[in-house]
Design a protein around this ligand. Structure first.
Ligand SMILES: CCCCCCCCCCCCC/C=C/[C@@H](O)[C@H](CO)NC(=O)CCCCCCCCCCCCCCC
Ligand SMILES: Nc1ncnc2c1ncn2[C@@H]1O[C@H](COP(=O)(O)OP(=O)(O)OP(=O)(O)O)[C@@H](O)[C@H]1O
Ligand SMILES: [Ca+2]
Length: 526
């Protein structure tokens, strides 16, 4: 506190006790004068210790001069403001700030300072506002998309009751669009929205809604930069706008894995203070056709089957995943295919190093500075690295690529607890054919502290690129068959020839790409 020069220091009342209130460019602090005389307790952020409290300026949401007839802070009671000019409580201003509550959860708290002098009150309000105006990473204007049908269909209610009031308190202007159909937000962002007007886009919904908005923004950015999304060789342009997520879906894994909770108020406060986190995006292609982007889970086998089954049960809301999960678990299907991947090199850690990705993560920082260096040095192209591809052929219950931890309320540490949000890699998890009991043991470990990779039938690799091809030629459409020269007859005879003895029918799964089914099973991922 002493190192920063003081902007203001006054004796003001809080709940009729006299406080020494100080403001410098980093911290607002208030100290109970009488208690401070008795104790020499040190102030801690946002908490009261021996009568002292302080809050970093960057966590102040707003400051407001208090009207004469507004309810008094803390008591909630309506109070008549004393008329005597000597009354130290005649004028007041309220500071709204971030308070930490449960783990990773934030709350908007407030404190009201009273003083006898109106001009002093105004000076405080004005000075705090000036300091807030210097925080240039805060958004002023936001474009909000609400999916009214995500999760438990409470998106609109969550936004109206929990988020809009704090945005308006923080003087953020918003244009709100309640979507009328699937892909409404994506198409609007891709072709119509005047993005120059906004400092960010807000997604009220689940992972599927986030995916729509991310696709809209990423595609728009590539169109404007002249990048061909169908080409696997081109480098994507990063988006200029940030996406804020107000969780209102069924899994909310992208929100949970970035913010640490699925609480709408916490998310709204992170948006207001201008926090940001870079995020890896995988592009998924089939031959030279772009299919989709993925930021959380690309899953074939178990998670593909859970999703396929759960789509028919959308009316059940979030419970559909549990019902389909049990059903898929019991069906115990395995799939054959070949996975090839390009392992990540350098100091990118390993999926089993137990290092969790946090704000300012050193691995992600290192990775982005490495990318800048390699760009400048025009480093070896992917074609030259062909020989380092690893090829694994086998029978799998699940093939999962987690580009982030995929932590969510169902699995608080996620599918790959040490995966990084922005290191340019994805953790490829191969679960080979095993008994039901073993698979259950593996699944259960997603919900406790045990290592889900510590099984003989599970392998995990940190990779930059991977490919998958199912053992049997995929039969996506007649066009595909004609193109690849494989006839339906030939496909069937191949199966019959190879499975004459066991009589079982080998099948194909679908890829679950952030909660959407991909139309192809043979994919290339970067
Ligand atoms: C015994 C309990 C085991 C619990 C195991 C829980 C593991 C959960 C891991 C969740 C990983 C989520 C990854 C995120 C994916 C999102 O991009 C996507 C879109 O929102 N969500 C899903 O695909 C939704 C995927 C939802 C998957 C739910 C799977 C539930 C499995 C239940 C198996 C029960 C077996 C019981 C046998 C008696
Ligand atoms: N107005 C709408 N009507 C129908 N579908 C919509 C509408 N708006 C968005 N959608 C679609 O609804 C799908 C699901 O939405 P969302 O992700 O918000 O909820 P969820 O699937 O319940 O949650 P999660 O993705 O976290 O599992 C998205 O893929 C989105 O494209
Ligand atoms: Ca990653």
């Amino acid at each position: 506190m002493e190192k920063q020069s003081r902007l203001l220091c006054s004796e003001l009342c809080v709940q009729r006790r006299l406080y020494e209130v100080t403001l410098n460019c980093a911290i607002l602090a208030w100290k109970d004068i009488q208690i401070a005389k008795k104790h020499t307790g040190r102030a801690i952020y946002g908490a009261v210790k021996a009568g002292s409290s302080c809050v970093p300026v960057c966590e102040i949401i707003a400051v407001q001069e208090k009207d004469d007839d507004t309810p008094c802070k803390n008591t909630g009671k309506w109070q008549k403001v004393p008329q005597s000019p000597a009354d130290p409580c005649q004028h007041a201003f309220t500071v709204f700030y971030v308070e930490r509550t449960r783990q990773h959860c934030w709350w908007c708290s407030n404190v009201t300072f009273h003083c006898s002098d109106h001009s002093l009150c105004l000076l405080w309000v004005q000075t705090i506002r000036e300091q807030l105006a210097l925080l240039t990473n805060r958004p002023k204007s936001l474009l909000v998309y609400i999916n009214p049908y995500g999760g438990k269909q409470r998106g609109k209610q969550i936004y109206d009751h929990k988020v809009a009031p704090i945005f308006s308190r923080a003087s953020i202007s918003t244009d709100v669009i309640v979507t009328e159909r699937a892909n409404h937000a994506r198409d609007h962002l891709k072709t119509e929205a005047d993005l120059k007007k906004y400092d960010g886009v807000v997604c009220v919904g689940g992972d599927g809604m986030f995916s729509e908005i991310m696709h809209g923004l990423v595609s728009r950015t590539q169109q404007e930069a002249g990048v061909d999304e169908n080409s696997m060789e081109e480098t994507l342009m990063p988006c200029g706008l940030r996406i804020g997520i107000i969780p209102a879906g069924s899994t909310d894994c992208i929100c949970y894995a970035t913010v640490g909770s699925n609480d709408p108020v916490t998310s709204a406060l992170h948006i207001i203070v201008g926090d940001s986190q870079a995020m890896d995006i995988c592009s998924v292609h089939n031959e030279d056709r772009f299919l989709r982007y993925s930021v959380s889970l690309l899953g074939y086998g178990f998670y593909g089957d859970v999703l396929t089954d759960s789509e028919r049960k959308r009316w059940m809301g979030p419970a559909r995943y549990d019902i389909s999960g049990v059903k898929t678990f019991l069906s115990h299907r395995y799939y054959e295919g070949t996975v090839s991947f390009l392992p990540a090199e350098g100091n990118l850690g390993s999926p089993r190093d137990k290092m969790q990705c946090r704000t300012g993560c050193s691995v992600c920082r290192q990775s982005s500075s490495d990318k800048l260096v390699s760009k400048n040095e025009d480093s070896v192209s992917d074609a030259e690295c062909q020989d380092t591809w690893t090829v694994i052929r086998g029978k799998f219950l699940a093939i999962n690529a987690a580009s982030m931890s995929c932590a969510c309320p169902r699995s608080p540490k996620g599918l790959s607890p040490s995966a990084h949000l922005a290191d340019g890699t994805t953790d490829l998890i191969l679960v080979r054919k095993c008994s039901r009991l073993d698979f259950l043991r593996h699944l259960l470990r997603h919900t406790n502290k045990d290592d889900q990779f510590d099984h003989s039938f599970v392998e995990v690799y940190r990779v930059k690129q991977f490919r998958f091809s199912p053992r049997y030629q995929e039969c996506d459409s007649e066009v595909d068959l004609r193109e690849s020269g494989v006839t339906g007859k030939r496909f069937l005879s191949q199966i019959c020839r190879e499975h004459r003895a066991c009589g079982c029918m080998p099948s194909q799964s679908n890829w679950n790409c952030d909660g959407e089914i991909l139309p192809h099973t043979a994919i290339q991922v970067r």
